[in-house]
Design a protein around this ligand. Sequence first.
Ligand code: PEP
Ligand code: MG
Length: 587
Amino acid sequence: MTFSIHGLAVARGIAIGKAVLVASSRVDVAHYFIKPAQVEEELERITQARSAVMAEVQRLHQSVPKDAPPELPALLEVHMMLLQDEMLADGVKHWVTDRLYNAEWALTSQLEVVARQFDDMEDAYLRERKGDLEQVVERLLRHMKGLPSSLPQPKGRKPGSAWQQNQLLDESHDAPLVLVAHDLSPADMLQFKQSVFTGFVTDVGGKTSHTAIVARSLDIPAVVGARSASHLVKQDDWVIIDGDAGVIIVEPSPIILAEYAFKQRQAELERERLARLRHTPAVTLDGQHVHLLANIELPEDTQLAVEMGAVGVGLFRSEFLFMGRDGKLPDEEEQYQAYKRAVEGMQGLPVTIRSVDVGADKPLDRTVKEQAHLNPALGLRAIRWSLADPGMFLSQLRAILRAAAHGQVNLLIPMLGHAKEIAQTLHWLAHARAQLDKKSIPYGPLRVGAMIEVPAAALSLPLFLKHFDFLSVGTNDLIQYTLAIDRADEQVAHLYDPLHPAILRLLADTIAQGAAAGKEVALCGEMAGDPALTRLLLGLGLRYFSMHPTQILRVKQEVLRADTQRLAPWAQSVMQADDPAAEMLAR
Ligand code: PEP
Ligand code: MG
């Protein structure tokens, strides 16, 4: 039976595919197809992991002290039983043999199937065994990953590039796949970049949560905040993800399917039409030059940025280099190489590297998230995190300075609010330069900018303009902190309003004061990439827009049609209205 689920539209387009349900804590396992010839090898990996884990649990069982509570050996016995369980073993074999899933994916798929059966059980004791099953699968996955007993990683089993995987998809499967999960962390999304899915749905998340932001950068249709989607959708259900409307249609009828297939083709045509604007300079009808820059997460994203005609990188979210590494941070050399790759990737165009912004909804990995403070958005995040660990901060600053020897690099500092934070940041930057000088390590000049993303900063602009070469407004956080709305919480998503008069006022003031001081003001929040807001932002005087590369052409189309002289008075009237959104529609 066809039914639909409503959520929040975060990444445009239509995806049609079969649902793959993944437990949220297991999204970070690799998802790729194997070749039929690899089936035996893959099954062998599972068998080996099972034997190793079995031996480990048996060892533990034997070493339980006599005076330990009786629950402990009993628990280990349950684990041993589950490891030998036919339903688990046969199911996993099915996913590998019939579906050609890699071993980890097969394990987590079968976990989903069995976990649902446990959920449906009447007996409370049996229902609780689901937790044990999850632990057993977790142990198997950790073994396969080489954690913690450092079993050797099987050779040649790494997922290939997205392209290679799509090739495999074409060879072995006709149906595209879409991922349905309760939650995905930004680090999961990085994994996603290499996976086979053509769209995704999550139960939780807001429009500007970092998960949604990464989804937009992947340019695959996505819906977040779909509440109970991961319960309502079943494994292998056909699903349409309408990323424009924020709707998921489950088990669509042939008529609905045909309609969406048509919409998909229309979108494809629109994309081709926009592609012709790639090399057109972004100049308004009245001759104003507008800088359309790219937001990137990884150095490799520069390729798309260049393809989409970005005139530089306005925001390199360096924290993505730090995530999903089980707490092991990249050292100076690794960071330097990554930043250098980004600089080289931009072929002479400027690259703005933001110092690490972890915390809030960007934990380094899941374990850290689970232990996180109750209100992480107000906690040790971004520059606060860096200043709390000068050794780490200095290594990042040295790496960025060294990358600046290879091209034009700007350093951007997130979440500053206090004069003393500015002073400390500049102090450590000077110190990093001195350290490089002392060792005669070459480095280049840096322009240094501050993000305006807490209201305190937006209300102390002279201080920021005195110390920095440029400003970049992070509206995602500026909205979150000004309106007291958690950007990752779908329950208050209806109150997250980029057009709130307070936001427009802070934005307009920042642009105007920057212009008066002769300093560049960019906007790198999601507002910059929303073509529905381009005319308003141009009218407020914005000339530097930084967004996902995939948004650049749509925004450019708006720029080319705009006349800033006519838009300026209109933008003032929108800003002064009680309801700017209604005022925008009225004219
Ligand atoms: C912002 O806050 O608008 C921003 C660009 O930074 P991030 O989304 O990474 O917090
Ligand atoms: Mg921010």
